[in-house]
Design a protein around this ligand. Structure first.
Ligand code: 5RP
Length: 260
C-alpha cells in the first residue's frame, strides 16, 4: 500500500488499535433537512472534538463547516437521488480533484447490492477505488439496504464482500445477528457500523458494543448521536466503548452524567 494511503488511513483509524469513531452527517444529500442536522454547523461543532473523522457531503462542508476545522473529512462522492425517487440510482457527483482541494482524508459512496441500479452503484465504487489507488485516497464503501431487504448476515456479508472485492479500503455496514460472519467476509478490510434509525440510547450503545465484540473496528454513526437528547453525552459514551473497551453500563453512565 502506498505511503500516502497508509498515512490517510492512520488519520482515521487509530494507528495503534485500528479503532475509530466517525460521525456521519451526510444524510441531507438525499433526504434534505434531516432532524438534528437542520443547522449542520451548530449540530456538528460541539461533537467534533469527540469524533475521529467526519463523514459529510461536499456542500455540507462548504456551507456549514469552518475551514479551520481540523478533523479528517470522509467525503461523500455519490449523490444524484432523493427520498422521492429510486435511491439506488446514484452517480458520482464530486471530482477527485475537488476532493483533494477540500483536503478529504477519504472518499465514500453507497453500494446498492440487490438494488435496481446495483451495477451502476458498483461502478461508482470502482471509479472511486481507481481514483483512490491513483492518488492515495482510501475509499469507504457503504452497503446501502433497500427498504424491502432483510438486514441479515447473509445479505450484509454478501454486500460487504462485494465491496471488498471491488477494492474498498473500509466497509461501513449495519449491525445484525451473526455479525462475526459479516466481519469474516471482509477479510482484513476494517468494518465500521452505521447506527441506523434512532433507538433508545442504551440500545444503541449495546448495538455498538456487540459490533465491536464481533470484530468491527468502530462506528460511523449519525442519527443515534445527533438525534439523541444529549448528543455530546452520546458521542462521549460511544467513544468510551470504542477507544477504552468500556462496558455498556459504564458508557451509559457517561451519557447520563453529561445529560444531567
Ligand atoms: C447514508 C449514510 C449515513 O451516513 C448512514 O446512514 C450513517 O448514519 P446513521 O448512523 O444515521 O445510519 O451513509 O447512506
Amino acid at each position: 500500500m502506498h505511503w500516502g494511503m497508509k498515512n490517510r488511513l492512520s488519520r482515521i483509524l487509530n494507528p495503534k488499535t485500528g479503532h475509530c469513531v466517525m460521525l456521519a452527517v451526510d444524510h441531507g444529500y438525499f433526504q434534505g433537512p434531516t432532524t438534528g442536522l437542520r443547522n449542520l454547523n451548530t449540530a456538528v461543532d460541539p461533537l467534533l472534538q469527540y469524533a475521529d473523522a467526519l463523514m459529510i457531503a461536499s456542500g455540507g462542508v462548504r456551507g456549514w463547516i469552518k475551514p479551520e476545522m481540523n478533523k479528517p473529512i470522509v467525503l461523500r462522492m455519490s449523490g444524484g437521488t432523493s427520498i422521492l425517487k429510486e435511491l439506488s440510482n446514484e452517480i458520482i457527483v464530486v471530482d477527485i480533484e475537488e476532493a483533494i482541494r477540500m483536503n478529504a482524508t477519504a472518499i465514500t459512496c453507497s453500494v446498492f447490492v440487490g438494488g435496481e441500479y446495483e451495477k451502476e452503484s458498483i461502478a461508482n465504487l470502482a471509479k472511486l477505488v481507481n481514483w483512490g489507488e491513483k492518488y492515495g485516497m482510501p475509499v469507504l464503501a457503504v452497503t446501502a439496504v433497500g427498504r424491502d431487504m432483510a438486514r441479515d448476515a447473509r445479505f450484509l456479508g454478501l454486500a460487504s464482500r462485494i465491496c471488498v472485492e471491488n477494492g474498498a479500503h473500509i466497509i461501513k455496514t449495519y449491525y445484525c445477528d451473526g455479525f462475526e460472519d459479516v466481519v469474516e467476509a471482509c477479510g482484513n478490510v476494517p468494518v465500521v457500523i452505521a447506527g441506523g434509525k434512532k433507538q433508545p440510547e442504551k440500545d444503541a450503545l449495546q448495538m455498538a458494543a456487540d459490533a465491536l465484540k464481533a470484530g468491527a473496528v468502530g462506528v460511523d454513526m449519525g442519527r443515534n448521536i445527533f438525534q439523541s437528547d444529549c448528543p455530546v453525552g452520546m458521542i462521549k459514551a460511544v467513544r468510551k466503548l470504542v477507544h477504552e473497551g468500556a462496558s455498556v453500563e459504564e458508557a451509559y453512565q457517561i451519557y447520563e452524567k453529561e445529560k444531567k
